[in-house]
Write a protein that binds this ligand. Structure first.
Ligand SMILES: Cc1cc2nc3c(=O)[nH]c(=O)nc-3n(C[C@H](O)[C@H](O)[C@H](O)COP(=O)(O)OP(=O)(O)OC[C@H]3O[C@@H](n4cnc5c(N)ncnc54)[C@H](O)[C@@H]3O)c2cc1C
Length: 367
């Protein structure tokens, strides 16, 4: 088999989770970001085309067009172009506004985390919360603005969302919940924003954590990059097959069918990107598949490890066990008798158990 990996970034493929965590505090982490050495790719006969973007797909000719004017043909194609952070227009043109997706973004933000300066974080999803956590560790005055009335409310509900809000407050973050940025002011540098109740918030740097869109512009002339996929990712079956024969997709650029939810779900987590990439590879090679795994995500906030597994949207009840005040608890989401999601806070050692619980109930539900 000949494998060619085309990547728009000039670096060896690297790990993104540290970009919003330890890399914001310690530059030397950058040295250990690459998944593999250049030698590994050579040994495995994987050719790397770094620093060159795919700009088009001709599915009839089974050819990908590249930004340098060349074309490559394929027998099987995996679309794994990830996602791009959203950047509302009102933030354009300001040099001190950062999104967080690449190692360059992280380096820029790290340089801005100067003790005593003011950071405004827009959006209290995991990326925004992790940026706030790193900023506080660096001694930066930090404000988070979020439209929902609690962080992660749409995923975990109000009660648990409030726990996250309290965690930030306890660590000195000012939270503006239930508000949005109405307008921005500054000349080259954004120095203040107006929020929807008329208040003005001053800032030295801004991080945008308002979500991502699948990076599919290069497919706009195909059915995969059309309006249906634009925001939700390339729809695939559980093994990564798209509707174009020979074309697969995985990771944040894809929306794989999730049998438990009976719908396609856009990728946004590290583990599912890795697992679905491997599933797509096995499907390409006609190899047998393992049963689908449990969806899971982790985060690190103020030194506390957070794991979220499964799909809380399926739940009709949630039970909390442990000591939320000490930052050590488990929230188990259930639908009838069945566990459908687990949130572990400060309990990394219970991860295998939680995984097993959800795996068993998943298999039961799909049987
Ligand atoms: C700051 C940050 C922190 C995160 N933390 C966590 C975490 O704690 N836990 C967790 O579960 N998940 C986390 N994630 C999410 C996780 O990193 C992603 O789900 C994962 O990286 C997705 O992998 P991917 O291969 O689909 O996409 P990516 O990792 O985005 O890789 C896609 C690659 O394709 C390239 N590309 C895009 N378009 C083209 C093109 N047209 N031609 C060629 N190349 C192209 C991109 O430049 C990029 O290098 C985090 C993400 C970020 C950004």
């Amino acid at each position: 088999q000949r494998i060619l990996m085309i990547c728009g970034e000039p670096h060896l493929p690297y790990d993104r989770p540290p970009l919003s965590k330890e890399l914001l505090l310690t530059a030397s982490v950058e040295e250990s970001l690459s998944f593999r050495s250049a030698g590994w790719y050579e040994e495995q006969a994987v050719a790397l085309g770094l620093g060159v973007r795919a700009v088009g797909l001709d599915e009839r000719e089974m050819t990908v067009h590249l930004g340098d004017g060349s074309r490559v043909s394929y027998e099987r194609l995996l679309i794994a172009t990830g996602a791009r952070p959203r950047r509302p227009r009102m933030f354009d043109g300001f040099e001190n506004v950062t999104t967080l997706r690449t190692r360059e973004d992280a380096a820029r933000l790290r340089a801005a985390l100067v003790p005593g300066t003011r950071l405004l974080v827009v959006g209290a999803g995991f990326i925004g919360q992790e940026a706030a956590s790193a900023a506080r560790a660096a001694g930066v005055q930090t404000t988070i603005i979020e439209t929902a009335s609690a962080p992660l409310q749409s995923v975990l509900g109000s009660e648990l969302g409030t726990w996250f809000a309290d965690l930030h407050r306890a660590n000195g973050v000012e939270l503006l919940l239930g508000h949005r940025v109405a307008s921005t002011r500054g000349n080259g540098r954004l120095d203040r924003v107006m929020i929807d109740d008329g208040r003005t918030i001053g800032c030295d740097h801004v991080v945008l954590g308002v979500g991502v869109d699948p990076d599919l512009q290069w497919l706009s002339s195909t059915v995969l990059g059309g309006p249906r996929s634009g925001r939700c990712g390339v729809r695939t079956d559980v093994d990564g097959r798209s509707e174009i024969p020979g074309v697969f997709a995985a990771g944040d650029a894809a929306a794989a069918f999730e049998p438990l939810l009976e719908r396609h779900v856009r990728g946004s987590h590290w583990e599912s990107a890795a697992r679905n990439g491997a599933r797509a590879a096995r499907a390409m090679l006609g190899l047998e598949q393992a049963p689908p795994g449990v969806s899971s995500f982790w985060s690190n906030l103020y030194g506390t490890r957070v794991h979220y597994l499964g799909h809380a949207s399926l739940a009709d009840a949630v039970a909390v066990d442990g000591d939320p005040e000490r930052g050590e608890f488990t929230a188990t989401f259930t639908s009838g008798e069945r566990a459908v999601a687990v949130l572990l806070v400060g309990r990394p050692r219970l991860l295998p158990q939680a995984r097993e619980l959800l795996r068993a109930t998943t298999e039961m539900a799909l049987a």
